[in-house]
Design a protein around this ligand. Structure first.
Ligand code: F6R
Length: 253
């Protein structure tokens, strides 16, 4: 089942695996059409299957990452690269160590930066100087965050340091031994940076995301539901599994 809502392409897949395959096909198509693409990448549970598919496609010679450059959305703060909970570690483990991207072309905010303001400024400058993001992959938090842009009264524009919401800390504690170990802060791309991406691919699976997906697509555009701003982006593809699409299926049919 496929449809368009407010300019957004909505694809509902039967399973997580199917969602992941479709997402990987879109990323690979982007890279095949423009081998020196600038990709914006996300971490978390959602895109793990997509990365697995991309590695498979790379091994089958269906996609080549030699000239690709990437910018990750976010990183915990403070955290060391070598910490196995860092997004640096995650990206290496799930994608980079399996493909042929050049190390110099990989960008992830430095979770150990001494001068955060400088780190954020340089990160945005680097994205800008690279020509901007061609395809930004996003997940979504149950509170509507994209990157770590948490619900707020205003939209933060550039890369910045954020205080993580209690809901985010709780959700992410599943990856840690205890909730106390989850970092309380992070560095995240801002909304302007995300919105300036030429194309956006947002993925969501599981029932826990169903309510926020409905709000993101049909609710009012508000910094209280950060992902709702995507209604204003001209080129968004949303891929959901059936559970995440639970409250919108009749609307997109
Ligand atoms: C991760 C990120 C976050 C996650 C979101 C969903 O880089 O920016 O916005 O996409 O928290 O996380 P999962 O996929 O674990 O449900």
């Amino acid at each position: 089942m496929k449809n368009k809502i407010r300019g957004m392409r909505i694809i509902v897949s039967d399973t997580y695996e199917e969602m992941s395959k479709k997402a990987a096909t879109i990323v690979a198509a982007q890279v095949n059409l423009k081998p020196n693409s600038i990709l914006g990448l996300a971490t978390g549970g959602t895109p793990v299957g997509m990365y697995k598919e991309l590695v498979k496609m790379y091994n089958d010679d269906e996609v080549d990452f030699e000239d690709v450059k990437s910018f990750n959305l976010d990183e915990y703060y403070p955290i060391d690269k070598t910490n196995n909970q860092s997004y640096y570690y995650y990206m290496n483990d799930n994608l980079f160590k399996h493909i042929n991207m050049k190390e110099d072309n990989i960008n992830i905010p430095n979770g150990h930066a001494e001068d955060i303001e400088k780190e954020c400024y340089e990160y945005d400058k680097n994205i800008y100087n690279s020509g901007g993001i061609d395809l930004q992959v996003l997940g979504i938090g149950t509170n509507g965050h994209i990157g770590f842009n948490e619900p707020d009264l205003t939209f933060e524009s550039g890369t910045h340091k954020v205080k993580l919401d209690d809901e985010t800390i709780k959700a992410n504690s599943r990856f840690f031994d205890s909730i106390e170990e989850v970092p309380k802060e992070a560095i995240s791309m801002g909304m302007k940076t995300i919105m300036q991406s030429r194309k956006i691919l947002l993925l969501a699976n599981g029932e826990a995301k169903a309510k926020i997906i409905e709000k993101m697509l049909f609710g009012e555009i508000s910094p209280n539901v950060p992902a709702s701003i995507l209604q204003l982006h001209p080129h968004v593809i949303v891929i959901l599994d059936k559970e995440a699409a639970k409250y919108i299926e009749d609307k997109v049919n």
